[in-house]
Structure formats: C-alpha cells, structure tokens
Write a protein that binds this ligand. Structure first.
Ligand code: ADP
Length: 860
C-alpha cells in the first residue's frame, strides 16, 4: 500500500530557498547602506564643525596679528606726537627737527610707507615725498575735523584711499598733535600700504576656494587674499555680502555666517572685529575644500559598499550552487532508496529510525511518519525488539558490516530474510548510525529446494539414459561390425567361386582350338565377367556409402595407368571396330605422382568402358590435360569422348546417381549395373575433383573429370618395353624359375598353376600356410604366391613365419585375395608381403606383377 508523501516538491524547495537567499542578501546590504549613510552624515557634521572652528580660530589669530601691527604703527604715531609736543614746549620745533623725527620713525617702522605731518590748516608740509611748494591738503579728509575737535586724543584710521602723495592705495593712521599752548597743531599721518595687510593674510591655508579679507568698518575693502579680479576686488570696493553688512550693523565682535557672495559660491564666513582698529576681518572657507576629505570618504564608502554587495551576491550564488548540488544529491539518494525493491532503513545511534523506503513501509504496513523517530521497542513486542536490539548493539560494538539470516513470522506466514547492515559515519568520522537492507529469500529457498529435488531426479534420469545409450551404442557397434564382417565375407564368398569359374573358362579357352566351343566359352566368360563386375560395383558402392572407402597414396606413373587401361579395353574396342585413341601425355603428367593408381584406373576404365559400350561406330578418344600445376601438386583433367548414341538432355542429371540408367531399355541392350558412374563420381570427389558430362544425343558424349594429385620426388620404376608383352618377357627372362604357390582352393590352384606354367615357371604347390612354411624352410624360391584365407595357418601368419625363419626371408611374396579392403591390404604389407593381386586373377595383371618382382630380392 503506497503512503502519501507530505514533503514539498523539489521545485518548491528550490524557489523557497532562492527567495530567502535574495531576501538575505538585500537585507544585509540595506543594513550596510544605512550604517554607511549614518556614519557619513556624522562625518559631514564633524567636518563642517571642524572647518567652522578652524575658520574662527584662524580669524582670532589673524585679529591678534593685525591688531598687533596696528598698535605698533599707533605707537610710532604716539612717539612722533610725543617728540613733537616736547620739542614744541622747548620751542625748538624746527623744520629740520621735524623731518629728522619723521625719518627716524620711518626707519623704525617698516610697515609704514611714509610718516607725514600737516600744519593746523591741514597742509602736508613735512615727511616723505612732500612738495612744500604745492602742498597737498588733508583738510577735506573726514579725520581732519575730528582731530581738530579733540586734539591729541585719538587714533583715527581712515578708509583706504589712493594716496595723494605716493599715488598708492594706502590706509592712513592718524593722530593729532598739540602745540605748546595745547591747541591743535596738525595731524601726523602714517601711510600704510595695503600690501602690508596682504602680507599678513598670505600665510593662511584656506583651500582653493577660501580667502581672507580685511575691511574697514565703513565697508571699504583693504585687502583680500587671494585677490579677486574685477571691481569687487579693488581696494576700497564696498561690494559686500548682505549678511556681512548686517553683522557690521550689529556691531558684534565675532560671528559666522553663510554667503554665496560674490561669485555664487556658497562659503562659510568667520567674522571678527579687530580690537582697537576700525577693521573687520573675515575668513571664508568653501565646502568644496573643507568637505573634500568627506567627499573622498563617500567615494571610499561607496566602493566598500559595492565590494560588499558583490561579495554577498557571490556568496549567495555559491551557496545556491552548493545547496543545489546537495539537494540534487539528496533527491537522487531519496529516489534511489525509495525505489529500491528491497526494504531499506537507517537509524541513529539511539536505534531510532531516521528514514526508510517504500518497500520498508510496505513490509511494516505503516507510513514512514509512524516509523521515523521510533525504535523497534515502539513497534514490536519486547522479546522480539530485544533480539533486534542485540544485533544492533553487536554492530555498534564492532563498526563495519553485518549480514545474518533471520526468520520472521508476520501476517503472511513465516518468512526467511537476510539482513545486510552497515554502520555509517558523520563528517567527524564518528559512528552516526546504522543503515540496513532486507532481502526476502523465502521464495528463493523454496525454489532452491525444488531445484534440488529436480536435480536429484535429473541425475537419476541421466544415469538411466546413459545406461540405455551405452547399451544402444554397443548394439549399434555390434551391428556395424556385423555388417562389415558380412560385407567382407560376401566379398570373399562371392569372388572365390567367380574366380574359379572364370579361371576355368580362361583355361579351357586357351586349350580349345574348336572355334564354336571358343565362342561359347567367350560368352560364358562375358556373363561371368558381368556378374563379377556387378559384385565388385555393389561392394564398392556399399563401402563408399559406409564411408569405409579409403584411398591409397603410392608413387605411380600415369603412363602405367593408361597402359593398363589400354590392356583392358583395347580388345573390346577392337572387337567393335572402334578406334581407341589415347592422346600423348603432356610433359608434367609424365612425372611420378602420388595417389591411388588403381582407383584412378577404375574411373578411367569405367568411362572408357561406357564409351565403347555405347558407341557403335567411330572412335573413343582419351585425353589427359594438366589444368593446374603447383610445385607440389598437379590437377589433371581427363576427357573421354565418344561418337556414340549420346544422352538425352533430361537424363544428363541422373546418370551419376546410383542404380540410374539413362534409359532402362538400354540396359537390356547394353547390359550394365547403373553403378559405374555413381562410383566414379564418389571416387573422383574423394580424389579432390569433379566429374561431368556434355552430350548430344545421336552424336556422342564427352565425359570429363578432374583429380588433384601430389607430385612424388623419387622416380618410380622404369616402364617396361611397351612393344613386348609381359607374357613373352617372362618366357624369355624367367623360364625355369621356381615359384611356390600357396592355395587351399583346388579350382583356383589349378587355374593359377596353369597360368604360371604357361609362362615357363616351375610351380610347387602348398595347400595351406603350415605346409607353405615347411616348404619355404626346405627350398629357396624365386617368388611366392600366397592365398590369404586358408585353414590351419592363414597367409599373413605364414608370411611372418617365412620372413622370420626360412630360406626365403628375402623372397618377394605376392598376396592373392578376394578381399579388396584397404585394411586387408595393409595387413598383407605389415606381415612382409610385397604386392597384392586381386581375385579372380586377371592373367595380364598377374604377368605384369610377376615381371615386376621376379629376379628381385627384398629386405625385411
Ligand atoms: P551402366 O552399368 O548401366 O553403364 P553407368 O553408371 O556406368 O551404368 O551408366 C549409367 C547410364 O549412363 C548408362 O546406363 C547409360 O544410359 C548412360 N551412359 C553412360 N555413359 C554413356 C555414354 N558414353 N554414352 C551414352 N550413354 C552413356
């Protein structure tokens, strides 16, 4: 039963987390901005306050310095007045004395450009640069009447004027002096150039836009530093900020105010009256200058805020990425665990479930909300819970993995399960809990048991079948052996009488002179030859079918094979008046070859025999060509062409099948078994070649086949003189030689005896192997002819005995047997025989064979 999952989807998780992250970054940055703004505002206040204070202090210092300078000039004036008044009372106030006094004081007061003295009418008659002829009057100056009114009382500092004598902007410091009678005597003036005051302002550092200025309290400008271009900056200018004018009117000693006069630039002004003078001092500073540091601070703070912002965004981004990875992993793990088909859970070190998958929920029959946070004690009876707990305790005691079988009994009966558990670690490397999976093997156990039963049954069954098979195999082998033995026996049993019949016919035919009798004998011989052919063919084909046909591999010459062919077929062709043409062999085909000459001959005899048989007139041509040659092998292509009846197109495909004749009516006319071509086809294929036929009915047939033969490196025996027959050579060369004929069958022995004696040999006859051995021990023979199957001692054993111990251990021994099987032949050679002659005996082959072996000795 599936339980609902109340947890939010991954998408919901993701967007909530991102929202919080954005809020966090924004809040953090807002806090930082607020702090920065607060601090900047405070810092601005401080900067302004400090600048204001500085300006005020500077103004105070400057006041001292200007006041001091003014006082010294005044002291100079006082001293002059003193000296003049005392000279006056002593009645020695002469022009020279006055000039001297003024000069002395001028030398003492560098700030003063000129001391001058006027008479009581205001005419400047004494002092620097005075023109006595055309004296300048100061009677019109404001200070003059004031001095007149109260002589000797006051210092009056005039507003700056363009000096009438010096033609320079000067400020006149004036005092009056009294005559001896105490009446007004005139005015002493000290002309102070404005430059003197400018020099006092010069050391101040007020920034690029700040300045200091000294005004006369009647508003005229004395000096401003730095100087201001234009009319407002000219000495005497009365162009003043309204705030300044207001201050002048209030008559306060010191104050400060803001003004944007005269260049629309807002400035802070420290305003101060200079004590004991009619001067007012102002120090102006511009926010651009005194807030320059603060502006720098703003820029730094902005930069830091930006850095902070980028850092928090980056941190948030990293956090989000990291969170994304972790939540992806977690999701993946959750999904993985949840979809495991096996129940899976994990607990903390207290044994409380921390999580599980759906399979576990299903197993317990509870949703995970009822599992997580609980321990087994909350869910199982105490006895069972204790057993679980012990297992967990074991694992905690030895952290690692734990696997054990468990049997539970729940609602659906007894279940066999396997617990796989492992401890897991937290990031500190200490054991944080246990995770576990449960495999239910109940079904597996059941199948295993079932399988075991099946296996046991199967083994019994296999044993039984094996036994049956072994029996069947034995039976089959026995049957196969019986068949082989039967074939071998048939071969012998059929051929032996046949060779007797044919031998006798041959013998009688040789001795008979009566033409009619000879003709009858020839017919008899023809019939028996046909019968023998049939027997041979049936044996061959059954050997081939039983896959018992093996080919020999001996050295031979193709020429010999063709000679034999000629010997066997020529007379038949001759009888029918056909021309039998054997084309000369091409050069490579003259070499000594390796193969089975008998079987190759058999195929050729078969094809040429058929050609002769099915041709009434014309010729039979045999042609051998080399179609392929390698250093080791030759492929021969033999063609047998005739001018006979040919084969209908529809019959062409069947002629190579066993027991098929192109036209069954033919067999009655031409005889034959229908096996020849089938045997030839199989033999050719065994020799690695193909066979085929082209034919035109009524005009002739062309049979061809190919065989692949190895080349032999040793030269074979020399070919006999083709002109002389074997018979005549035997008579000429070996007449009187003594041979031993071993043959138990009387008819066969008579036939053989006659053939041997016909070619002039002296024959001793032994009727079984034992007698043969005895005779071989007594006499020495030129050659021994040995039958194979005999009573008492067979041919093979007799040969061994003769080879082992007799006078004929090196005499050629030729086997005569109807057994055509390869293994029989092998047995002959193994026993020490030298050649094998098939029965019934063909006189021509016998003679060729005798010729080969007579006069030779053989080595063991
Ligand atoms: P058979 O013993 O009957 O000759 P074969 O297998 O040798 O058996 O030949 C099968 C048949 O092929 C023959 O019966 C004959 O009809 C046909 N045949 C074989 N050779 C020739 C040939 N040279 N010309 C015409 N027919 C042939």
């Amino acid at each position: 039963m599936p339980f609902p999952h109340p947890s939010p989807t991954p998408r919901q998780y993701g967007s909530a987390f991102q929202r919080w992250l954005v809020i966090g970054v924004v809040a953090l940055n807002l806090v930082m901005v607020t702090i920065a703004v607060q601090s900047l505002l405070a810092s601005r206040e401080r900067a302004i306050a400090q600048a204001g204070g500085n300006a005020m202090n500077l103004a105070a210092l400057l006041e001292l310095s200007v006041a001091d300078s003014a006082r010294r000039i005044d002291l100079g004036l006082l001293s002059i007045v003193d000296v003049l008044e005392s000279l006056g009372s002593e009645r020695v106030l002469t022009d020279e004395a006055i000039e001297r006094v003024l000069q002395q004081h001028l030398a003492r007061h560098p700030a003063v450009d000129a001391f001058r003295l006027s008479n009581r009418d205001g005419l400047l008659l004494w002092g620097k640069g005075v023109d006595r002829q055309a004296p300048v009057s100061v009677a019109d100056r404001a200070f003059f009447p004031e001095h007149q009114a109260a002589p000797g009382q006051r210092l009056i500092v005039a507003e700056p004027v363009l000096g009438r004598v010096s033609k320079m902007w000067v400020v006149a410091f004036t005092r009056s002096y009294r005559l001896a009678d105490g009446s007004f005597g005139g005015v002493v003036t000290a002309a102070v150039t404005l430059d003197h005051f400018t020099q006092l302002l010069r050391p101040l550092q007020l920034g690029a836009h700040g300045f200091a200025a000294i005004h006369h309290q009647e508003r005229a400008l004395l000096t401003r530093y730095p100087a201001l271009a234009g009319a407002a900056g000219e000495p005497g200018s009365r162009d003043l900020p309204a705030e300044f004018v207001a201050m002048l009117d209030t008559r306060v000693d010191s104050a400060s105010f803001q003004s944007s006069h005269p260049d629309q630039r807002q400035r802070f002004y420290a305003y101060r009256r200079i004590q004991h003078t009619p001067f007012v001092l102002s120090v102006a500073i511009a926010p651009e200058d005194y807030l320059a540091d603060w502006h720098r601070e703003i820029r730094h703070t902005l930069f830091l805020l930006l850095v902070f912002f980028v850092a928090t965004v980056f941190a948030a981004w990293m956090l989000r990425r990291y969170w994304w990875q972790i939540s992806n992993q977690t999701l993946f793990l959750d999904t993985l665990i949840d979809n495991l088909p096996l129940p899976f859970f994990y607990k903390d070190v207290e044994g409380r479930y921390q999580g599980c998958n759906r399979a576990f929920e299903r197993l317990l029959g509870k949703p995970r909300s009822e599992i997580v946070g609980k321990s087994v004690f909350d869910m199982a009876p105490p006895a069972i819970a204790n057993r679980y707990h012990e297992k967990d305790a074991e694992l905690f005691a030895r952290p690692g993995t734990q696997t054990y079988d468990w049997v539970t009994s729940s609602g659906d009966g007894v279940r066999h399960v396997i617990f796989h558990k492992a401890t897991f670690l937290d990031a500190d490397g200490s054991v944080a809990g246990i995770l576990g999976g449960i495999t239910d093997v109940t079904e597996f156990k059941r199948i295993q048991e079932e399988l075991q039963t099946h296996r046991d049954n199967l083994e019994a069954l296999v044993a039984e079948r094996t036994e049956q098979l072994a029996q069947a195999k034995e039976a089959a082998e026995a049957a196969s052996q019986a068949k082989s033995a039967f074939l071998a026996n048939m071969s012998h049993e059929l051929r032996t009488p046949m060779s007797g019949v044919m031998g006798m016919i041959d013998l009688v035919w040789r001795k008979t002179a009566d033409a009619r009798a000879r003709e009858q004998l020839a017919k008899a011989k023809q019939s028996s030859r046909h019968l023998l052919e049939l027997i041979n063919d049936i044996l061959d084909i059954s050997k081939i079918e039983a896959q018992r046909m093996t080919l020999e591999k001996t050295a031979f010459r193709l020429a010999d094979v063709l000679d034999n062919l000629h010997v066997l077929v020529a007379h038949r062709a001759e009888e029918k008046g056909l021309a039998l043409q054997l084309a000369p062999l091409p050069e490579p085909a003259r070499a000594v070859l390796l193969g089975d000459p008998l079987r190759l001959g058999q195929v050729l005899i078969n094809l040429v025999g058929n050609a002769v048989k099915f041709t009434e007139s014309g010729s039979v041509t045999v042609d051998v060509a080399v179609s392929e040659e390698t250093p080791e092998q030759l492929t021969l292509r033999c063609t047998v062409a005739d001018t006979g009846i040919g084969i209908q197109a529809e019959d062409l495909g069947r002629v190579f099948s066993a027991f098929e004749q192109a036209d069954s009516s033919m067999s009655r006319r031409y005889g034959g078994t229908g096996l020849g071509l089938a045997i030839s086809k199989r033999l050719v294929e065994l020799m690695g070649g193909e066979i085929g036929v082209d034919s035109e009915p009524g005009r002739g047939s062309r049979f061809w086949f190919s065989v692949r033969l190895d080349k032999a490196d040793a030269a074979g025996e020399l070919a006999a003189n083709p002109q002389e027959t074997a018979e005549t050579r035997l008579l000429r060369e070996f007449s009187g030689a003594r041979v031993l004929l071993v043959e138990d069958e009387p008819i066969n022995s008579e036939v053989s005896c006659c053939l041997l004696e016909d070619v002039g040999l002296v024959v001793d006859l032994a009727v079984d192997g034992a007698e043969a051995v005895a005779m071989a021990r007594a006499n020495r023979y030129a050659l021994i002819l040995m039958d194979m199957q005999m009573p008492n001692l067979n041919g093979v054993d007799a040969t061994r005995a003769i080879r082992a111990d007799s006078l004929n251990s090196d005499t050629p021994i030729l086997a005569m047997t109807a057994n055509a099987y390869e293994e029989d032949r092998q047995a002959c050679f193994a026993a020490g025989m030298n050649e094998h002659i098939g029965k019934p005996i063909n006189p021509d082959l016998l003679f060729a064979c005798l010729l080969r072996w007579l006069g030779r000795r053989v080595t063991g």
